[in-house]
Design a protein around this ligand. Structure first.
Ligand code: TF8
Length: 335
């Protein structure tokens, strides 16, 4: 009896190994860069991705997860992907707008109300359309992961109303929608790569920044920022990207492994991020941050200041895409 089971087990293992071998996999090293620290939602998901790829290829494809912007800032890594000097990365969609203008759709302030809307929009036809605009530029966008709803931190004073934005020197991503939005709200907005942000806050080169709770925790911004305002002013996706030069040389089997693993890691990452975000506020309070919730009235006053920014995004991404987005959101909200 025991022998029989052992035999069945061995056969199953042989069949599995055979299945891996029958597919077209070559020995490859994949340099996968990201900007956050290893102990972050980004880092955890990249490591899960790496494991999945190695497992699915019987160890032929090895993914090197390289965090902390050690391969460069988001924009530097994007250029390395285009040139073929790096295989993969995950980073902000916001820093891709110079390459693919339609990406600016995701920077629209107050566009998305909750994670259900985010998932439906990003994983649906609108998300696909925007993602596809990268390919002619030399980047293959596989899937969106969650960065999350962005919130404001600063070191000057609590932001409880629109006027409190005045005079805050605020780091924004290298992206015109963010730059224009925070200028319109009265802040002194300065674009900086994420990799320079902690030092800029520490040396008081800037007073504040905006990012999801998760990043305020993982990047230890609480050490150099006193006030946190829950603004949820925009939902930011991350995008898992591949060098098209490299991608085009892969077999169909290899491409499928990467896409499947990126999706599996996406589902893990969104869950992980959301769980971490629900605990983050209490955590940040314990660490000494002073936290306040922006009132609906003040959020409304901010939205009013941003109508011109929204109109500009609509023109830049194209009216068809803008209308399709609004229609899909309206449908979801009516359901
Ligand atoms: C930012 C983004 C960052 C990403 C990350 C480094 O503020 O929110 O989370 O760029 O990939 O720059």
């Amino acid at each position: 009896m025991r022998f029989k089971f052992a035999l069945v087990g061995t056969l199953a293992a042989l069949v599995a190994a055979g299945a891996v071998q029958a597919q077209d996999f070559k020995p490859r090293i994949v340099r996968f860069g990201y900007g956050l620290v290893d102990d972050s939602n980004q880092g955890r998901a990249v490591r899960l991705f790496a494991k999945e790829v190695e497992k699915a290829t019987g160890g032929k494809m090895k993914v090197r997860a390289i965090g902390n912007a050690s391969l460069g800032s988001d924009t530097q890594m994007q250029q390395a992907l285009i040139g073929g000097a790096q295989e993969m990365m995950v980073g902000s969609t916001a820093t891709l707008v110079g390459i693919a203008p339609q990406m600016a759709l995701w920077d629209t302030p107050f566009l998305i109300n909750n994670t259900k809307e985010a998932d439906a929009l990003l994983d649906g036809p609108v998300g696909d359309k925007v993602r596809a605009t990268l390919e002619p530029k030399g980047i293959v966008g596989l899937v969106y992961w969650e960065n999350g709803f962005r919130n404001l931190t600063n070191n000057k004073h609590p932001v409880t109303k629109l006027e409190d934005m005045n005079g805050i020197k605020l780091r924004v991503m290298q992206n015109n929608v963010f730059l224009d939005s925070f200028k319109a709200l009265g802040a002194n907005a300065v674009p900086l790569p994420f990799s320079e942000l902690f030092t800029a806050l520490e040396t008081k080169a800037v007073d504040g920044q905006e990012n999801p709770f998760n990043t305020v925790v993982s990047s230890k911004f609480y050490e150099v920022q006193k006030y946190l305002t829950v603004t949820n002013h925009v939902y930011s996706p991350w995008i898992v990207s591949v060098s098209k030069k490299w991608w085009d040389g892969l077999s169909k089997d290899e491409q499928k492994v990467l896409l499947d693993a990126a999706k599996k890691a996406r589902d893990f990452e969104r869950k992980d991020t959301r769980e971490e975000a629900t605990k983050a506020l209490a955590d940040l309070k314990t660490k000494g941050m002073q936290i306040n919730q922006l009132s609906a009235v003040e959020a409304g006053r901010m939205r009013d200041k941003l109508t011109q920014v929204n109109a500009t995004v609509a023109t830049n991404v194209g009216m068809d895409l803008w209308k399709q987005t609004q229609d899909e959101l309206a449908k979801m909200r009516a359901a």
